[in-house]
Design a protein. Structure first.
Length: 582
């Protein structure tokens, strides 16, 4: 990294840092309060191979100097600083910009200028709406008490940023900030691992000096927001939906000001440059490459505002056990809703047939042969899928097998086989894909297919009930773990569903009663046929559960009935468990 100084036109002297690939496109990183260029230390390594990176300390932050008067810290002055930096380091060459907090507000000021499109190729905004856009959202909402939702949001957003009034108090606020800088640092970034937090050596001074930005802009922009803040530059919003200061709905009107708009909502708080550097780096890279002529990634297509799409359009969905039954119908249902699907099954002919049917209907499907009980095979599968198609947005762990027989009548190897497929397949799928989904940082959804047998014990289906109960509890535990990453998890519990699992189920009868198996199997199959509840209804329930982020979704009336009974009167379920196979 090399450092130099750039002088602004009003006496500020800006410390500018350059690194990365000198032959790549230029990306400028702009920080906010109370940070310095060090804010981007986690993001820079992820961009350095492809981009020439420029970052600088805002006036009076880090190694930069600035005027003492707060009036020199308006958005216009800060935007002039950005203009001076790119004029010096990237003359005649448009730059891509990634900006956070007040740095992002600064860039909104700059890109609204008439010649900005000639100097800025793209602008990725993180936790920093335009001051005028923000103020107009709040003011317009407060003027419309007859629109309760809009009014409530305006009040809420104003309350979330009410601290700015205190930050605008001269003398006292900077003095308190210097004294409280250390505990404030811990408070602002709580929950983020220490090794991911990046601060400069001048943090306390930066926090105090930076309050001039609040004093110069807060009341001014709130009382006199401008109406000419239209932007021709391509803009990408990274919306931290858990941000306690800037609420996600503030950006809902941004498309009116910036028609070339992409929006990515992520489960992060305000300091996503610390917690989600990989998301920010990927977003900048994908947009820059697309504007340079590369086809848009699936994530970028999904982020494009106002682009018509079906509900699961531009999403990748993985479904195991998709060669028949519930898995097949689920894959078909997601494809009809616009998703690109990755389908797998141990039965090659079945999964290829599903893929062909999806393609014939105009969808996109990629088929794989996979034994979900083989952990190494599942990991190779996840690696190949992620490399060739991307990390799935939704993962449906559906593959399973049936087994009928009491514990003492079931051979040990068959017991193990049922658990290896029904439980092990779900665990393997979650381990391989959920890890990648968490690392990607964009959230997602996992669906684990259990059964009403998970909470309806039967001695006649000992191994099967045990495997599904284990899937149920495993899912409850994992759901809590994945929630902080913005990944939902639904446990699907079908009841009596007419699929070919009835005909492929292994039966282990008591000794001396093997001859009765065929008749009993035929009787059960006839009952399922008469029930007439097909797998397409389970697929519909899965779609609905993902949309609504349901934790547990029984399917069929009997599944709901037994679900309630197992909680209200569990002894009834224990009594029913005595029912024998033959």
């Amino acid at each position: 990294m090399t450092m130099r100084y750039v002088d602004s036109n009003d006496g500020a002297r800006l410390a500018v840092y350059e690194e990365g690939n000198p032959d790549g496109p230029t990306v400028v990183l702009v920080h906010g309060w109370p940070d310095s260029h060090a804010l981007w230390d986690g993001v820079v390594p992820l961009l350095a191979d492809k981009f020439r990176i420029i970052r600088y300390d805002n006036r009076a932050a880090g190694a930069s100097s600035g005027p003492k008067e707060y009036s020199y810290y308006t958005m216009a002055h800060l935007a002039d600083d950005f203009g001076a930096v790119i004029a010096e380091l990237s003359p005649g060459q448009p730059v891509h910009v990634l900006a956070h907090d007040w740095g992002s507000a600064t860039m909104w000021e700059y890109v609204a200028r008439p010649d900005a499109a000639d100097r800025v190729a793209s602008f990725t905004s993180v936790s920093g709406p335009g001051a005028d856009h923000f103020s107009r959202y709040v003011r317009d909402g407060l003027k419309r008490p007859y629109k309760p939702k809009l009014f409530a949001r305006a009040v809420s957003q104003a309350a979330h940023l009410s601290y700015m009034a205190g930050f605008s108090v001269p003398v006292l606020a900077p003095a308190l900030m210097r004294a409280a800088a250390a505990p404030l640092k811990l408070l602002l970034t709580r929950g983020i691992p220490v090794e991911h937090r990046h601060y400069g050596q001048t943090y306390a001074a930066d926090a105090a000096n930076g309050l001039k930005i609040y004093r110069a802009n807060f009341f001014h922009s709130l009382l006199r927001p401008r109406r000419d803040r239209y932007v021709e530059v391509p803009v990408q919003l990274i919306v931290n939906i858990d941000d306690p200061y800037v609420r996600p709905y503030v950006y809902d009107d941004t498309v009116h000001w910036a028609p070339r708009l992409w929006r990515r909502d992520i489960h992060a708080k305000h300091w996503s440059p610390f917690s989600h550097p990989q998301v920010l780096a990927a977003a900048v890279t994908e947009l820059a490459e697309h504007l340079d002529g590369k086809p848009a990634s699936r994530a970028l297509l999904r982020a494009q505002v106002s682009r018509p799409r079906k509900y699961f359009g531009d999403m990748l969905v993985s479904v195991t056990g998709a060669g028949s039954g519930i898995g097949r119908e689920t894959a078909l249902a997601f494809a009809r809703e616009g998703a690109e699907v990755v389908i797998s099954d141990v039965n090659e002919a079945g999964v290829k047939k599903t893929a062909a049917d999806i393609a014939a209907a105009g969808g996109v499907a990629h088929s794989y042969v996979l034994d979900v009980s083989d952990a190494e095979a599942v990991e190779r599968f996840a690696e190949e899928v992620s490399a060739e198609h991307g990390v799935p947005d939704i993962v449906v762990n559906n593959a399973g097998i049936g087994q009928a027989g009491s514990f003492l009548d079931t051979p040990a190897h068959e017991w193990d086989r049922v658990l290896d497929v029904n439980l092990g397949g779900v665990v393997n799928g979650c381990r391989s894909f959920a890890t990648r989904m968490v690392d990607r940082g964009l959230g997602g959804h996992v669906v684990n297919v259990a059964s009403m047998a998970a909470y309806a014990p039967l001695q006649a289906m000992n191994a099967y009930c045990t495997s599904k109960a284990a899937v149920y509890m495993f899912s409850d535990c994992l759901r809590a773990e994945l929630d902080s990453a913005g990944i939902g998890l639904t446990t699907i519990c079908p009841g009596v569903i007419n699929t070919n699992i009835i005909h492929t189920t292994r039966w282990d009868p008591p000794k001396g009663k093997a001859g009765a198996v065929a008749a009993r199997q035929k009787q059960v199959a006839a009952g399922f046929d008469k029930r007439g509840y097909g797998p397409e209804k389970v697929a519909k329930a899965i779609i609905s559960a993902v949309v609504k982020n349901k934790a547990v979704r029984p399917v069929t009336p009997e599944a709901y009935l037994l679900y309630g009974t197992s909680r209200v009167a569990p002894q009834i379920m224990r009594s029913a468990a005595r029912q024998k196979l033959i």
